[in-house]
Design a protein. Structure first.
Lengths: 393, 393, 393, 393
């Protein structure tokens, strides 16, 4: 896997383990038991699946191979909680996750407690070999990725219920008003992108390498709800010329006319958030748009989306962190990219086709999990993550 | 709707109401909260939906129109719990029932308590008009139909979980061994079929009318697991000549090789039941076969399935009541059949195309809900009900 | 197969063979080569396929088994022209028929000439065994069925082309004006239906058997375009209450608002016919409606469709022969029905599920191919045959 | 559209017009009428559609706007022959192209003759404005693209017919044996890619721009049939680890085990070519593999596919021109890419998502239509073009 130097000493790792593991459960605290179970569409996983799957990761890649004498909590969980690791055998097909009422939520919390107890003993035990530290750190980052998915999947589950149940009455994510409409100018030339330094990174952020950029400009802020509303009012969804061919097909088939979670009720655009339905706030960043919409918006403005290299090079001069930002870059390997051996090698490389890179981080990204070399990726039609738009020209 | 004379006096109806309503909850008692929520395939409904929908029936067709001053428990439940009544407006599409985590199970039990409380006051109130008695009796029979569905849907939900959870450790349904292989001979001539008498019947059992039958023979018992296993061992699933063209297509696409819930494990045929996986009991009636399988089995035996008229005419001389028995009759109106006006008229008539009649009753049918004129109906490929086979020739 | 006495002497059969075989080619005469090739939807077969398949029938069931020394025209045609006979091995899947540019039209006419030449020698040769006469007569009736399909498939191919090409400028089918709105009264009692007599019939018309009918009335004429237009104008396609549940679903998904081939152009309802687009003729029988539409129309009139037994019993007193008339009877075996052994046994029995019986004949039915016991059958959603509506009450 | 200086004087353009237009018809000469009509899968277009569509291009973009008094051959052809230009209104949906028997092949040749006659007069007429020259040159390049599609679509149509008809008995495309297994070394640094010079290029080849490359090696020859067979024999299609996740899914669903047109017959791998079935020639370049197969092959070799920039920079030192070569580059705009206004602007830009770049040219590419900056693009699962593999490391 990735070449890196462990940033954390064993003590640091142990406390980070507790903190990360706890955070997943904190996110789920406001849920009813029923909310843990459903899977309205294939891309969403039931919250109980996320809780089980992240636990299975530590059991499978640390306790089973390295903790001698460890007895699995339930041998059949391999089948239930494997996500996509072909090397690890059969698994529940993704579309069936929401069809399983068992293991129950109680079972899964017991599973978490069991694995955490064993991890605790194991981490205390002795000197951890480098391999274990590597996988442990990957496991914690993996769980943090699922924490963001927990937020977006919970929002999808509640936000697609006709009763619009509230996750938490208070505002869940505080966001800045966006008023700066400036663009930063970047001069063409050779730059370096990719991870550099001492901490953790995913394999897809390596190798750090040179690229050549032309002169470009990039917006300081992401596009606001107000901006996007103007696009909608100007017929953005009914004029094919702003759209990719696939995007136009998507508009036709989906009937989309607004970002996800926007509802036109009593002459007003309302927005379902984790704290319920509220009127659109014009000064906040638009959220839950897909790549087709992001690209169409940019075309309507006579501009374009930045490439991921342009984004990274300018990252210190722009405000980012509230939205995953669609780039116009396909998700492809960097020069010198190598897949790790074994199941861990299935983490990133095999998805490098037909997906698009998003840069930045979002309000739902756990603290300490973001950096300017992070390469998030989704299919262009996805919009259920906290995704937004930044313009370039 | 049906012409009938109320069998029950108001007191009888009140106590029947309590008894029927309670039974639905008794069936659900062994469930975990999570089991109430899922919908593994479109034909299955989540148990919480059954509990809500049967309650909505009384609220919609009795309390709202007849109980003055009644305030709905939640106006949005109309949208959530309407099953297929076009006259009553928009509704959650059937495939989405399992995507709704709310209303929660607790909410639904509160809904039931609320409606039952109001029904109790209402039933006590005064003389019930005939219209109300009619709908009340229909509502109770409707809930009894859903009680059978609760059993079959719960079995499907648990029986398709890779952990094979047990609903109840003790045997849920006691069944007789079948050893009698005789056939009853019935002489041709004019007979009458259809409901006659004083109690309740569905509109599809009317009018009682004459039919002409040729001489025929019909088996005293339904086909056993042992019988069916011989068909399987003789290559029944691999020889097209026993099958309808559609049935053969179904075999090819589904890959079916046995009744639903049969699993070949360690050289033995095991059967998932509500009390868990057990070895096939050869002397019990085969269960969970669809029409294609029933007809193919009969063809392999050189016989055929009875028509529904043949079944009804012989019903007093054969043993029935453990399985819904596939007939070779399409579900069509009897002479003089009339749809009731309004939403109640959508109960049966609009389904009279492309479905096949099953006669009898099953181990899961509530007591007091079966009679020899009852016309159950399903699509020919369905097998998740407690369905079996009776031969004729 | 069917029990029957050969109506035709060998000489009669020989001349009938020539006449029937010639008629298929006469129907195709107005076609361009390209028209022989396409298959716009799965139910339609390319005309060249019909010409080849009917020829293959004689080659496969007569020449190969009975004409010693016969050498197949092309061994691969078995694969290309088998329609659905499972006993005869692999075949081009139905949806692929329109994907095959070869054999060319010229090849197929040569194939026909080759088989006809050999059939001619064979028929001249000597005494024909009863088996051969039986299959020969079936083959001729089979080809006549495909002649009707040729008309309906050609109409579909040309009628779904945006250029609306004309098959033949002159009227192809002469039809009577319908003005009689009377109903015939039939008294209840025991009747017999099913084939009786000396000529040919299909196995599904046997056994002749007794049935009991209640009193009923049946219209002398089929429903006219004018009648049907009133249904359309009265919102027939937008009120669910006239429709079966499946039918309403069909309306929603198909967006249907009129019979097939009706086009609303410049404020007029136009009708594509084999002689091109013409204004609707109000006094002619409505054509190209499916079962759902037929049943909805009858419900709107407060009446119903006849059963097939009612139709047959009244057949001598009503005017029929211009439209295949939807009945409210499912396609099921008559008492005593037996499938023939071997491939011939696949002709009818295996389709006896989920299809609906049509009675009568149509303007496209070849002369000498109709009788009042004939049981045609299609799926309820089909409307590309020359299908119409007769009312009963 | 593209900035360029016309390479051809008007006389040159006129003779090029004749030559290009004639070549399309030459390709179709060996076809039967029926071969012009069919469309076995959505990606293939019927040859008669290609002949009509390329003609419609000149009629729509030159004769109608610029040749005063021009009368369209048939106004409805707009609907029939528009491929994807949203700006130009409704059109036959792509899947329906093979359902149209008319216009006939004769009609389309008349259409071509009519448009060619008018183009001839028009080109002779006077000074051509720059706009016309631009569109004319685009139209000729467009027709050349369809010439390559004619070859691949004809091969698909004949090669998927169970009779394996031969297009032309003599070898259609002469190819070199590949024996050189060397790799060229290219030193890292800044390079320029994109079109430069005076002739025609597509808009997607602009702007020429700098890129930075790391050191790399690229094979002199493309992968041979022999090479690929070793991958197959080594279980390449059964080991997920060589495949992208999507690619593995494709393997599972398609059941693919070899390149398109390979058939294992009598213990030998046979290859359908335009001259019929022949045994695989081990020294020739493998053909008809998709991106997933190309990438899996490279992974199995422990190497990778080149990027399009690596390919272009090395293009003068490698042997190319027999296969379109899959790169590991997504089809994205070059810096400064601009869409032209109007319908012409729909040519390339709107397809820049979820497609993969192929470089080079193939045996089916018309003479004069290839250059080392040409960016061909297809979806990763496509394999019916003359596509091959080149390794990099």
């Amino acid at each position: 896997m990735q070449q890196y130097t462990a940033k954390l000493n064993p003590e640091g790792l142990k406390s980070k383990y507790k903190e990360v593991r706890q955070h997943s459960q904190t996110i789920c605290k406001p849920l009813e038991v029923e909310d843990y179970v459903v899977q309205p569409v294939v891309d969403i996983s039931p919250p109980k699946w996320h809780l089980g799957h992240t636990t299975w990761f530590f059991e499978t890649f640390i306790l089973k191979p390295y903790s001698s004498g460890y007895v699995a909590f339930n041998e059949q969980y391999d089948y239930v909680f494997n996500s996509y690791y072909e090397s690890l055998g059969a698994r529940v097909v993704r579309t069936d996750r929401g069809n399983l009422s068992r293991p129950s939520v109680t079972d899964i919390y017991q599973y978490r407690a069991y694995v955490d107890r064993h991890m605790d003993s194991f981490l205390k035990s002795a000197l951890l070999p480098l391999d274990v530290i590597t996988v442990l750190e990957l496991g914690l980052n993996h769980e943090q990725q699922h924490q963001e998915l927990l937020y977006s999947d919970i929002k999808y589950i509640l936000g697609h219920n006709p009763l619009f149940p509230v996750y938490q009455p208070d505002t869940v994510f505080i966001e800045r008003n966006k008023t700066n409409t400036e663009f930063i100018k970047v001069q063409g030339g050779i730059y370096e992108i990719g991870f550099k330094g001492e901490g953790f990174c995913f394999d897809n952020e390596l190798n750090r390498h040179k690229i050549y950029l032309e002169d470009y400009q990039i917006a300081v802020e992401t596009v606001t709800n107000q901006d996007y509303l103007l696009f909608m009012l100007d017929g953005g969804y009914t004029n094919f010329k702003y759209w990719h061919s696939e995007g136009w097909e998507w508009v036709r088939q989906s009937g989309a006319r607004a970002p996800l979670y926007w509802h036109y009720i009593d002459q007003k655009w309302m927005n379902y958030t984790l704290s319920g339905l509220h009127e659109i706030d014009p000064a906040k960043s638009v959220c839950h748009v897909n790549f087709y919409e992001a690209a169409a918006y940019a075309a309507w403005k006579g501009m374009r989306l930045p490439t991921e290299a342009e984004w990274e090079v300018a990252s210190s001069e722009i405000n980012w962190g509230e939205r995953w930002e669609w780039t116009n870059s396909a998700y492809l390997p960097y020069p010198g990219f190598k897949k790790a051996d074994g199941a861990i090698g299935e983490y990133n490389g095999k998805f490098m086709i037909n997906q698009t890179v998003l840069r930045g981080a979002s309000v739902a990204t756990p603290k300490g999990h973001s950096r300017n070399t992070y390469r998030n990726f989704f299919h262009p039609h996805h919009k259920w993550q906290f995704m937004g738009i930044r313009l370039a020209r």
